[in-house]
Design a binder for this molecule. Sequence first.
Ligand SMILES: CC(C)(COP(=O)(O)OP(=O)(O)OC[C@H]1O[C@@H](n2cnc3c(N)ncnc32)[C@H](O)[C@@H]1OP(=O)(O)O)[C@@H](O)C(=O)NCCC(=O)NCCS
Length: 176
Amino acid sequence: MNIERAQNTDLDSIQTVIETAFSGKESNAISKLAADLCSEATSPSIMSLVAKGDDQVIGYVSYSPIFLKSDTHISGYILAPLAVSPEHQTQGVGTNLIKRGMDMLTEDGVDVLLVYGDPEYYGRFGFKDEIGGLFMPPYPLEYPFGWTGLMLNETAVPVSPVRFECVAALSKSELW
Ligand SMILES: CC(C)(COP(=O)(O)OP(=O)(O)OC[C@H]1O[C@@H](n2cnc3c(N)ncnc32)[C@H](O)[C@@H]1OP(=O)(O)O)[C@@H](O)C(=O)NCCC(=O)NCCS
């Protein structure tokens, strides 16, 4: 398995992975999110990775920057979405996509990585709800227990909760 930066030409294959990994309505929304993230230019930039096996896309993850609304020097990213094609699940693909992303963001000097997903899965990478609680998303959360975070680069946590905005692709209340 190789982990590579996603190219725009990977979008169709990424959407196929998403459509098989997620079900129904969720699959349409996440597929649209991947397309939106692929076409959005931000500073700092969105980073998307694909896992390839036999030259085929078998997994996908995106990391997009957050923009803190207070006077703090903390820089952050959100991990979303993550998908692995069903026939390649439980073989470490998701783990590799997360660990590679964490390494790349750490190298880039990013301070915090946030995620909205199953804490049972993300907890194994060190994501904690007490870190998530310090970064207040722009929309009310349907599943507050799924909001967790991880400090990178040994950055100190903020002294009080800070609000943030996210990229346009994620600025949709229905995704939260
Ligand atoms: C969640 C997902 C990305 C994991 O990818 P993966 O490549 O199968 O994960 P890995 O092989 O790295 O890790 C597998 C381990 O995670 C566990 N796991 C997978 N999904 C889990 C979940 N939702 N909650 C808890 N554990 C989970 C597996 O049981 C397995 O455990 P083990 O190592 O003890 O055997 C993949 O199952 C998927 O695409 N699911 C559908 C889409 C989805 O839910 N995406 C995440 C949205 S936040």
